[in-house]
Ligand binder design. Structure first.
Ligand code: B12
Ligand code: SF4
Length: 544
């Protein structure tokens, strides 16, 4: 019996990777090598990763298995159709088929929903007996013990940066609204026995590997044991972790000592409101700088994920985020556009609010706007994102980010060059015109005459709604005459641009000097009537 397992390619003018980029930065997923390992040994099984080699559509097989994320769905369906035309049955599994099994079933003979471990052999038996079922779904998550080692021998190893990929855990203890992981694995976080992981690691050639876990430090006790026992193997490794890792110095030290050289960290947003919206409050904005520094202090390179398009993102977000990356010398910023993936809470919310633009899954690639943003138009979000991708890998920005007294300088530069080659293909973007203004109206003003005031600063938090052409400035702190003057100065000219209305929210101002109130009234900033260009809310003296 012959089974062919296929990983579909993703054809896109600027997102698909060239063979050279795959060779420089890409590692193979464990999906099909795991499935091949689960296949009974007497079966002839082969893997084709279409990203690195063409599919032989004329080949004979008894079963074709196709995997795929959401964005791969249209290509996966095409592939299935080609084989089914020749009478070869096709089964599909993976993140996409698992979240939309009914849709997938229209294109294939059978769909595996969720993990394959507990159903794959049964499916093969059914095929042999001519009674393939339409859907296969295990009753429970599989045991993490004795998962067979992936068949890395079936990959074209020279095509990738590395094929040394190992999984130590499945799932994540968190439940971020936009993430597919918790939907797929439920609320489980399961760890493989450390002995088995070490055994697998020992068998790998070379000294570098990737732990493809979603959050390798999700269970601190397990991670500490794993890292401690990894140390003697003297390997270097990269993985993904959540920022909570940086709150445990012992864990971070062990990670570094066990060979951790790089971590993908989902920073996601510099706005606490955004993080709250997507259920990611364990990311604390005020701790970001310290957390990133702690990783650097352990010589761990940071690949930081940021999402653009969350509900509190306005036009200022692109520049603000990029400058943050530069200031904190983040080695590899990774910008994504918010993408509602079917099955996630975010998808349900967007669907309910009627904000999905279409269901062309190929466009759900993290680099194309597929929903209606709240504070920007689709075009502004797309162009701003393109700008950040390009500008983030301009020589100027690379220069600002890669110089710091850490080891592995050349690795940092080389990986930036590889990312630059991807970024260069991004279509032209632009920095929204209001970006500068928004930085100035989102700032802290130092006060001069602070004698009778509670605070010695006045903080401005501003958000611009492009659809309503309205700028809302929330004020916090105290206000003296100088503060009021500076505020007026900063707001002056604002209305000449696109902004048609400014709402000033004074609720957070604890004390005003009488001169400040006089100045604000003279300048007309304390009007309340609708229809005026300025609207002041919670005005001191009226609302207390
Ligand atoms: C490693 C990884 C990557 C690597 C991939 C490198 C590569 N060569 O493709 C990198 C970091 C580059 C990456 C990038 C992206 N990724 Co990714 N990635 C992963 C990760 C962490 C592990 C994948 C893996 O190896 N899993 C281990 C194997 C064993 O599990 P599995 O794939 O689920 O397979 C099991 C079952 O699903 C089933 N199964 C799967 N396929 C099939 C097929 C058949 C026939 C059968 C029977 C069964 C079956 O059997 C397997 C064993 O149980 C997963 C999360 C996860 N935990 O899986 C995300 C994940 C797959 N990625 C995801 C996303 C969104 C992306 C990006 C689009 C992100 C972005 N916006 O840029 C890009 C797209 C890249 C691209 N062009 O393909 C999402 C997919 C969600 C979705 N519904 O589509 C996931 C689930 C993570 C998430 N946070 O939601 N990714
Ligand atoms: S911490 Fe990361 S892996 Fe875990 S749910 Fe959130 S985004 Fe997903």
């Amino acid at each position: 019996m012959k089974i062919r397992l296929i990983d579909p390619a993703y054809e896109h003018p600027y997102i698909s990777h060239s063979q050279k980029v795959i060779k420089n930065i890409w590692f193979a997923r464990l999906t099909l090598t795991t499935l091949a390992a689960l296949t009974p040994p007497e079966i002839d099984v082969k893997i084709t990763d279409e990203n690195v080699e063409p599919i032989d559509f004329d080949e004979n097989a008894d079963l074709v298995g196709v995997t795929g994320m959401l964005m791969h769905a249209p290509r996966a369906y095409e592939i299935a159709q080609r084989f089914r035309q020749r009478g070869i049955p096709v089964v599909m599994g993976g993140p996409h088929a698992s979240s939309l099994p009914l849709e997938a079933k229209e294109h294939v003979d059978a769909v595996v929903i969720g993990e394959a471990e507990n159903v794959w052999e049964g499916l093969i038996e059914d095929l042999k007996n001519g009674c393939l079922k339409p859907f296969y779904k295990a009753d429970d998550f599989c045991s993490m013990e004795r998962i067979p080692f992936p068949r890395l021998d079936l990959l074209r190893k020279e095509a990738y940066m590395t094929i040394n990929c190992v999984q130590t855990t499945r799932g994540c203890p968190h439940q971020c609204d936009f993430c597919h992981v918790t939907h797929f694995f439920g609320k489980t976080y399961r760890c493989r026995p450390v002995d088995e992981v070490l055994e697998e690691v020992k068998r790998l050639e070379g000294d570098f590997l990737v732990f493809i876990d979603d959050n390798i430090t999700g269970n601190r006790r397990y991670a500490k044991e794993l890292f401690t026992r990894l140390k003697p193997l003297k390997k270097k490794w990269a993985s993904q972790a959540s920022m909570t890792l940086t709150r445990d110095p012992e864990l971070m030290k062990l990670a570094a000592e066990s060979g951790c050289v790089s971590l993908f960290i989902g920073v996601e947003s510099l706005s606490s409101e955004n993080l709250k919206d997507v259920n990611k409050t364990f990311n604390q904005v005020h701790q970001f700088e310290e957390a990133l520094k702690a990783l650097h202090d352990h010589d761990i390179m940071i690949v930081a994920g940021f999402i653009f398009g969350l509900d509190h993102d306005d036009e200022g977000i692109f520049e603000k985020t990029l400058r943050f990356c530069e200031q904190n010398r983040i080695e590899l910023p990774s910008f994504f556009l918010l993408t509602p993936l079917p099955g996630t809470t975010l998808f349900q919310r967007m669907e309910k609010e009627g904000r999905l633009l279409h269901r062309d899954w190929a466009q759900y690639n993290g680099a194309t706007v597929v929903f209606k943003p709240r504070l920007m138009t689709e075009e502004t979000l797309q162009r701003g994102f393109n700008w950040a991708c390009k500008e983030g890998y301009s020589w100027g920005s690379i220069f600002k980010r890669v110089f710091h007294p850490q080891q592995r300088f050349f690795t940092r530069v080389l990986s930036n060059i590889a990312y630059r080659s991807i970024a260069k293909r991004t279509p032209e973007g632009y920095l929204p015109r209001l970006s500068r203004i928004l930085q100035r109206t989102n700032d802290t003003i130092a006060l001069q005459n602070t004698l009778d005031l509670i605070h010695n600063t006045l903080k401005l938090y501003s958000v611009y709604n492009e659809r309503l052409k309205t700028l809302v400035v929330r004020l916090e702190g105290s206000m003296d005459r100088e503060g009021a003057k500076e505020l007026v100065k900063r707001l002056k000219g604002v209305l000449n641009v696109e902004i048609q209305k400014v709402i000033l929210d004074f609720k957070g101002v604890r004390t005003f000097s009488s001169e400040a109130i006089a100045l604000l009234s003279r300048k007309g900033l304390l009007q309340t009537e609708e229809g005026k260009l300025w609207i002041a809310v919670n005005i001191p003296g009226i609302n207390g």
